[in-house]
Design a protein around this ligand. Structure first.
Ligand SMILES: *Cc1c(COP(=O)(O)O)cnc(C)c1O
Length: 393
C-alpha cells in the first residue's frame, strides 16, 4: 500500500522571529539589550539564537554558566558576553582563566569569587587586558549575589583589585523575584535596594558602565528598572514573560514543534487508552498515534485523570485534538473524534498563534507550569531545524 513518507518529529526555530523580537525589545526598552541564551537558548539553540539576537541589535549576550560562555566563544561568537554561574558542569572551580582569556565578563558574588578571579588572572602576561568582572548583588531574591551585609567589603576589595590592575568592574547587577507581578511590593523594594548598592559602589569609587536589573517582564512592565540595559530571555524567543499583564508588544514565538500522524484506529465505548487506563472512551471515536513523549520533553502532566477537558491539545489541519490517557515516554494518543486524517498528516504540537495550533503558553497552562519550562525541556530525540522566514521570501 502506498503511503506518503512520514516527516520527522522536529523542532523548527525561525531565526527571523528571534531577530525581530530583539529589535522590538531594544526599541521598547530604549536601552541596550542583553540577550540571554542560557540553557541552549531556552531550547532554541544557543549559538544560532545568539547570532540572531546580535543580528537584531542585541549589544550583549548572557549565559548562566562559564561553560556556556566558552562554548559560544568556541563557536566563533564575539562581542560582549556575561555569565553568572561557576561550577555547573564546568568542573568544581570552572575554567575562569579560560573565561578571562576569552574576554567573558564573569559575575562575582563573594570574596571567594574575587579570590578565584585573582587566581585566574595570576600568571597572565603583563600585556593582557584586565579581567572583566560584574558584581551581582542580592536585592531580595535570596539566590545568587552578595547579600547586603557583604556589599561594603566586596566593593572595597573589588575597587582595590581594579586599582591593582587585576580586573575592571564593568557592571553591577541584580535580579527580580516577582517581575511578572508588577504590583508586587517586592519589586519596589528590590529596585530601591539596587539603587542603594549603586550608591555605595560609587562611594567606593566603582564606575561600572553596565548597571542592569530588569529581566523580560521588568523590561516590559517596569520602565524605572531599565537602567543601562535589560536582560531578556523568554521575550527574545517570543513568549510572554507575564501572561495576563498586557505585555503584548508584538513578539512572535520562534519555536514550532511538529510530528507526523503515525496511525489511526477506532475505539468503541469502554475502550481504555494508554498506561493505567486513565481515559476511557464514552462513545465511539477514532484516535491517532503521535511519536513524541516525555522522552522528548512532552510533559507527562499534559493529561490528568478525571480532568479530560484540561488536557493539552495538538492540532491537525488546524483542528484541536486533545491528548487522551497517559503521556508515554515515546508517544501520545490524541482524540480524532471520528475523523481519519491521512497518515503522515502534520501534527502541530505547539507554535506561534498564527500556525493554527496551540501555543507553548497553552501547553504551560494545561500542564500547570510556565512557558519557559515547556520550550526549554523540549528536545530528546527530536531533530531541531533552524529556518529563516525572511530569507526564504
Ligand atoms: C534567566 C535569567 C534572565 C532572563 O530572564 P527572562 O525572564 O527569561 O527574561 C535574566 N537574568 C538572570 C539572572 C537569569 O537567570
Amino acid at each position: 500500500m502506498d503511503r506518503p513518507p512520514l516527516g520527522p518529529a522536529e523542532i523548527v526555530v525561525d531565526l527571523a522571529a528571534i531577530r525581530a523580537n530583539a529589535r522590538l525589545l531594544r526599541a521598547t526598552a530604549g536601552v541596550p539589550l542583553i540577550a540571554v541564551v542560557k540553557a541552549d537558548g531556552y531550547g532554541h539553540g544557543m549559538v544560532e539564537s545568539a547570532r540572531a539576537a546580535q543580528a537584531g541589535g542585541a549589544a550583549w549576550l548572557a549565559t548562566a554558566t562559564v561553560g556556556e560562555a566558552l562554548a559560544l566563544r568556541a563557536a566563533g561568537v564575539s562581542g560582549p558576553l556575561l555569565c553568572w554561574i561557576r561550577g555547573n558542569g564546568d568542573g568544581p572551580d570552572s575554567d575562569l582563566a579560560a573565561a578571562v582569556e576569552a574576554g567573558v565578563d564573569v559575575s562575582v558574588y563573594s570574596d571567594e569569587d574575587l579570590d578565584a578571579v585573582a587566581a585566574a588572572v595570576h600568571g597572565r602576561s603583563e600585556a593582557s587586558e584586565p579581567a572583566r568582572i560584574q558584581i551581582k548583588v542580592d536585592t531580595g531574591l535570596s539566590r545568587g549575589g552578595a547579600p547586603r551585609a557583604a556589599w561594603d567589603d566586596l566593593f572595597a576589595w573589588a575597587r582595590q583589585g581594579e586599582k591593582a590592575g587585576l580586573w575592571r568592574v564593568t557592571g553591577i547587577w541584580s535580579h527580580f523575584a516577582c517581575a511578572d507581578e508588577p504590583d508586587h511590593p517586592a519589586n519596589h523594594r528590590q529596585e530601591q535596594a539596587f539603587r542603594d548598592a549603586l550608591a555605595l559602589a560609587g562611594e567606593h569609587g566603582l564606575r561600572p558602565e553596565l548597571r542592569h536589573l530588569a529581566n523580560s517582564a521588568a523590561a516590559l512592565l517596569r520602565p524605572s528598572s531599565r537602567f543601562d540595559a535589560v536582560r531578556c530571555g523568554i521575550a527574545l524567543y517570543g513568549l510572554d514573560p507575564a501572561p495576563g499583564q498586557a505585555t503584548d508588544i508584538g513578539l512572535v514565538p520562534a519555536m514550532t514543534v511538529r510530528a507526523p500522524l503515525l496511525m489511526v484506529k477506532e475505539l468503541a465505548p469502554g475502550d481504555a487508552v494508554s498506561y493505567g487506563h486513565r481515559w476511557v472512551a464514552e462513545q465511539p471515536t477514532t484516535v491517532g498515534l503521535v511519536p513524541v513523549g516525555y522522552g522528548d520533553g512532552i510533559p507527562r502532566h499534559a493529561t490528568r485523570p478525571g480532568a479530560p477537558d484540561a488536557a493539552a491539545t495538538v492540532a491537525i489541519d488546524g483542528k484541536r485534538r486533545p491528548i487522551r490517557g497517559t503521556v508515554c515516554m515515546d508517544q501520545v494518543v490524541v482524540d480524532l473524534g471520528g475523523d481519519r486524517p491521512p497518515l503522515g498528516s502534520e501534527v502541530v504540537v505547539f507554535g506561534p498563534p498564527g500556525a493554527g495550533g496551540p501555543t507553548a503558553q497553552d501547553w504551560a497552562e494545561a500542564c500547570g507550569t510556565i512557558n519557559y519550562e515547556i520550550v526549554t525541556r523540549i528536545g530528546g530525540r527530536m531533530t531541531r531545524r533552524h529556518v529563516d522566514s525572511e530569507a526564504e521570501r
